[in-house]
Design a protein around this ligand. Sequence first.
Ligand SMILES: *Cc1c(COP(=O)(O)O)cnc(C)c1O
Length: 415
Amino acid sequence: MAKRPFAYGKGTLRCDGVALSEIADRFGTPTYVYSADAIRGAYHEMDRAFDRLPHRICYSVKANPNLSVCSLLAGLRAGADVTSGGELARALQAGFQPEQIVFAGAGKSRSEMEDALTAGIGCFSVESEGELRLLSAVAAERGAVARFALRVNPDVNAHTHPFITTGLASTKFGVPIADASDHYALAATLPGLRAEGVGMHIGSQMTDLSPVVEATQGLAALASKLLERGHTLRHIDIGGGYPIPYGDEQPDTPGQLATEIEPMLRPLGLVVLTEPGRWLVGTAGVLIVRVLYRKRNGAHAFIIVDGGMNALLRPALYRAQHKVVAVRENSRNTRAEVVGPVCESTDVLSFEAMAPDVQPGELLAILDAGAYGFSMASEYNGRPRPAEVLVDGAEARLVRRRQSHEEIMAPEMGL
Ligand SMILES: *Cc1c(COP(=O)(O)O)cnc(C)c1O
């Protein structure tokens, strides 16, 4: 993985050239800060990992949909993986080439299909027979051809958190791999469809990528069978799910995975698609928050900060562990939970017993928050979503301002 962009210098935590304390003073808190160099570095590393195969990296927009982040990746010639009409609009706005966009998701609506056909996207990732039939009807009505890849469910356990496992038969995702050939045979009889590829995405944050190796074997066998039967496939999509280290662990890398699956993929002669989200942006971002209070309830000590589950939901949603560090270089720790201002008991940023020993007014940085951070933020409790800042070298640019209360209320008409 690329060099970590956040390090201490002159007594304060910095993102590349810029002090996080300066960013907090200029733009307030809670604020997400992303390193453009770290995102570029991760993209190039993943590109190199697959360079022995014809390939395309489709950035999974839901990990961090900020337009400036997307446009940075589009500028590197990445494709995009979107999961809704809203993400499609965003991907187009950010400059991704329509033919390099894949549209995933088990619940696409008719209007989302229409928008994607109008845009001329590269591929629909289809997850059920019902969706296949609707896509055919929508395309045929418009005299268009929808290119599709079936997302198969290989029934492989990704051994990640149960809430982010997607390749088991017990999850809603994909079509059972045993039924896939029948779906392609059916599609060949329907108007308005063209088989473009086969695909899967079996989970997220798979510290051990061997389930992907196992599932790729099944997917490659399916592709080979379909090619023999005369289906005109052009790609095989192995999904995303690459892990980043949230603690001191050393998870598997894209390079290791690519080396293992290359022999299965090369004979197919297909373009290999992969859909990383977290891996491209996760370690490139932090959330900075300001300490409001310290308090003690009996045996429990708390550090209350100005952004909680409304700003970063992952700890409350998955019990995800993020490292929390002081922005001012400070080696002292204290026994306390870091909690937000939201009126919920799950509003915790760090369940760890130890936290930096910071006082009200000081800043904390929640590390590795560049993926599934802002994208899951909400206005719960009437709190504006955080601001977002993109650091490029020595320049810090506000890429999303904090909403005002008026902006939050604006869509509610009638008063
Ligand atoms: C979310 C998602 C991804 C990206 O997952 P990461 O774990 O962030 O790499 C890729 N493909 C699909 C279909 C997804 O839903």
